[in-house]
Write a protein of this length. Structure first.
Length: 484
């Protein structure tokens, strides 16, 4: 007896046909989307690598080369004696590495503005290489110390500053390109969602048209997914889609739910980063420029002028100019200890004009530490805290003494005042605020807490700030940093 072949029903044939009609567009759609996302990822990854690589040169190149050339000129690098030449003291290698790095970027980039930045940067590196050759020839010949120092100041440091500015411009232009890419990705995502919705609608219409009997079984899950997709497109990230069917709809539901969660996480991260960036920018501005200090100083200048004390007004304007010049420091976060001392002196001198009846000050820094570097606005917030929370609350005239001295491989600063001091609970609260265990709603201790956070971030837990105080006696704040 012959085995009867199983007949494939028309409904089954049509159902298979409908499934393929549904599946093929989605396969194509997801393939195209995946390919586009991969291209975007490659572009984004390249931009991040470019910015990261350039940022390393932006942070280190100028300081390393300036320091290296200075050491070669003064002879500590033993450049003129090849046998005693210090390892790692080769400015030519440093320049060649940088030039090779940016030339590689120049060859790969397709953006005209970025190519122009890199062309100018490579040209400046070439000029810098020639100027370095001039100094190295003088060093090898011997003598020429004054000429070399002048060339270091007029040529090398000027060129490294220009190079640093060009690197920062390149980073800015690459960041702009990254923003353009982000907008393009967002537009592409919306376009993909629209295509997906349109595809779903067309598929539903085709299935309903071809077979009403299969409409309920096929269109119900698609309709549900369409509704969830529309909510998601409207900004509702709490939606999810689940189906009991063990077919492509189940895979699609899982992919959709995963995509919703990933996008929700990404959007939340972006919001948090934007909020943190705005908060950091605002706090930095509050730290650098105290509007009340500026307003009060300007009022004092006006009073002095109206009272005919023009010479005092001129002096306070000069001190104010010095204060803000160092505060800005051309955007640099690191200055010499000599400049930090001048910054504190300008601040105290201005305040002494206003509080001459209740405040005096002393500044005593050892000369051997003045050329080392320090993060700007390290001591001024501590001095300000000593004035407003120590001296002003004391009866009679008070003294603020700021000292700095070398201790082995470290530098120790102290800010002492003989103001009102702090009770044990007040001292403990300030210490907790500084190390970040509590928040400060009235912002009275933000400056000192910010100093501590920056010191720990830069130098580690070994360095930072300590506070000692006794009520009725005064307060001493010590700051320890490494020699840089």
């Amino acid at each position: 007896m012959k085995k009867r072949k199983k007949r494939v029903s028309k409904i089954q044939s049509k159902l298979t046909k409908y499934i393929w009609i549904c599946v093929i567009p989605f396969i194509v759609l997801f393939s195209v989307a995946l390919a586009r996302l991969y291209v975007y990822y490659q572009d984004y990854d390249q931009l991040v690598r470019n910015i990261t690589g350039a940022n390393e040169y932006s942070m280190e190149f100028k300081d390393n080369l300036d320091e290296m050339m200075y050491r070669i000129i003064i002879g500590s690098a033993n450049w003129s004696n090849p046998e005693e030449k210090l390892e790692g003291e080769d400015p030519k290698a440093l320049i060649n590495d940088a030039r090779q790095h940016f030339q590689n970027l120049q060859e790969k980039t397709t953006e005209q503005n970025v190519r122009a930045d890199l062309t100018a940067l490579v040209k400046l590196l070439g000029i810098l290489d020639e100027r370095v050759d001039d100094i190295l020839k003088n060093v090898e010949e011997g003598g020429h110390y004054d000429e070399n120092m002048e060339m270091l100041d007029m040529n090398i440091r000027t060129l490294t500053s220009l190079i640093q500015s060009d690197i920062q411009k390149y980073i800015y232009d690459e960041a702009t390109n990254m923003e353009k890419l982000r907008v393009e990705v967002a537009t592409s995502l919306l376009s993909t969602i629209r295509i997906l919705v349109v595809t779903l609608i067309i598929t539903i219409l085709v299935i309903v048209f071809l077979s009403k009997r299969l409409a309920e079984r096929i269109t119900t899950p698609i309709t549900e997914l369409s509704e969830v997709t529309e909510k998601f497109a409207g900004g509702d990230f709490s939606v999810s889609y689940h189906t009991d069917s063990n077919d492509e709809m189940d895979t699609l539901a899982k992919s959709f739910n995963s995509m919703v969660k990933e996008i929700e996480t990404l959007v939340n991260d972006i919001h948090k980063e934007q909020e943190n960036a705005k908060d950091a920018e605002l706090r930095l501005l509050q730290e650098q420029i105290n509007p009340h200090f500026l307003y009060n100083t300007l009022d004092a200048i006006i009073w002095m002028t109206e009272a005919g004390e023009n010479q005092k007004a001129i002096q306070i304007i000069q001190e104010l100019s010095s204060f803000f010049r160092i505060s800005l420091s051309k955007g640099q976060s690191e200055i010499t200890i000599s400049n930090e001392r001048e910054h504190v002196k300008s601040y105290l001198e201005i305040q002494r004009y206003r509080y001459q009846d209740i405040m005096d000050y002393e500044i005593d820094f050892n000369e051997d530490i003045l050329d080392y570097h320090i993060q700007k606005l390290t001591l001024q917030p501590i001095v300000e805290n000593a004035l407003y929370h120590g001296i002003k609350n004391k009866r009679g005239k008070g003294l603020i003494k700021v000292t700095g001295r070398s201790e082995g491989d470290d530098i120790l600063f102290t800010v002492e005042d003989n103001g009102i001091g702090m009770k044990p609970d007040e001292l403990e609260r300030l210490r907790s605020l500084i190390i970040g265990n509590i928040s400060d709603d009235d912002q009275s201790g933000f400056g000192m807490a910010n100093v501590e956070q920056r010191l720990e971030m830069l130098y580690g837990d070994k360095y930072g700030m300590t506070v000692e105080s006794e009520y009725g006696i005064g307060t001493t704040v010590s700051v320890r940093i490494p020699k840089v």
